[in-house]
Ligand binder design. Structure first.
Ligand code: OSB
Ligand code: MG
Length: 370
């Protein structure tokens, strides 16, 4: 396969509800839909997942666009791609910028699957026909509001509830939630809001029977988490500090976590995500697929990845309606009793809703590679 055209669609979509983490509150998503066309006319779609501000990792929507436009597209010129696994190597002269790489690599995976008359899940080696999903809930000012929100998602059948926490919005919140929902699988995500100084404080989490605590310490730390895991019964799950297979190897070797959250964007694409999945399977580290408040294209990629067998825990890929009044794919992603039925059409398995794309699109830049 040769990539002939790349189109970058700049998008802005408003979230239904503001989403608050330990860093701040998000109201809208600014991102790019990457459309690639191969020499036979097959089209593939990818989505850049970085946020407007660089608080989660160093990337932003604008750095994603800049790196794709100025560097990654040029690297594809004249390159024969026999398999999308080769794209990681093609992009290797560019350091990091993993979400930029993943956005275009994902589009190439989609085009490759369509070209071979396969679903993206099949192309990746996935086997599940349905996947279990949970929901991630932002920090709420008011505990009664939070309990009400949780109640709604429990009624909908989501397989687990993830709560964002931060210092001052942790122990009391979790105590109230556990009292109201004694049997619901619950986990907490701190987005690196604590340090090792908080070790005694964090030990209080053990009383709530949490599935795991996600990224309690530094966004770039793997060492302190190993020390914390020794002191905690609650399994630690790493998110922000895993950017590659090598990071995953380091974390496993140091016993820094018992669970890993794999995000396609954070690790630079589906190929690297698959490698981390395989490594975790070998070492008995449970994995699940994280989310970046994606629109439909990114959501479809997450669903396909999650069909790999060792995604043993429910992920954060909730239904489209949990985020958006209207999504950009047809049909939208729906969740039925905590389960998403994996689509059976070729590629990402959903059509782009062209009308919705136009509605939320700010501009398009097009590049001809030959
Ligand atoms: O840490 O997983 C995270 C949202 C924004 C930034 C970081 C995270 C999250 C989520 C929500 O937890 C995941 C989703 O529902 O897409
Ligand atoms: Mg997280």
């Amino acid at each position: 396969m040769y990539i002939k055209h790349v189109h970058l669609h700049e998008m802005k979509m408003k979230l239904k509800h503001p989403f608050a983490t330990s860093f701040g509150t998000m109201q809208e998503k600014h991102f790019y839909i990457i459309e690639v066309v191969d020499e036979l006319g097959n089209t593939g779609y990818g989505e850049s997942v970085a946020f407007t501000e660089p608080w989660y990792t160093e990337e932003t929507a604008k750095t994603n666009e800049y790196i794709i436009r100025e560097f990654l597209i040029d690297l594809l010129r004249g390159k024969k791609i026999s398999h999308p696994d080769e794209v990681t190597d093609i992009f290797s002269p560019i350091r990091r910028n993993n979400m930029a790489k993943a956005a275009i690599e994902g589009a190439i995976w989609d085009a490759h699957a369509k070209r071979n008359h396969q679903t993206l899940a099949e192309a990746l080696g996935g086997t599940k026909t349905e996947i279990d999903v949970g929901v991630s809930i932002g920090i709420e000012e008011n505990i009664d509001d939070l309990l009400h929100i949780i109640e709604g998602y429990v009624q909908e059948g989501y397989k687990r509830i993830k709560l964002k926490i931060k210092p001052g919005k942790d122990i009391d919140v979790l105590r109230a939630v556990r009292e109201h929902f004694p049997n619901t699988p619950i986990m907490a995500d701190a987005n690196s809001a604590y340090t090792l100084e908080d070790i005694e404080h964090l030990k209080q989490l053990d009383q709530f029977d949490l599935m795991m605590i996600e990224q309690p310490l530094g966004h770039d730390d793997i060492i302190d988490h190993a020390q914390l895991q020794k002191e905690l019964n609650t399994p630690i799950c790493l998110d922000e500090s895993i950017h590659s297979l090598v990071d995953a190897q380091t974390a496993i070797q140091l016993n820094s976590c018992k669970v890993m959250n794999i995000k396609i964007g954070r690790v630079g694409g589906l190929t690297e995500a698959k490698k981390i999945h395989d490594l975790c399977a070998q070492h008995g580290i449970d994995v699940w697929c994280g989310g970046m408040l994606e629109a439909g294209v990114g959501r479809a990629h997450n669903i396909a990845l999650t069909t790999l067998p060792f995604f043993t825990m429910p992920g954060d890929t909730s239904g489209s309606s949990r985020y958006w009044e209207k999504d950009i794919i047809q049909p939208e992603v729906t969740v039925d009793q905590g389960v998403i039925h994996v689509p059976t059409k070729y590629g990402i398995g959903y059509e782009i809703d062209q009308q919705a794309l136009q509605e939320f699109k700010i501009s398009t830049k097009s590049f001809n590679l030959f």
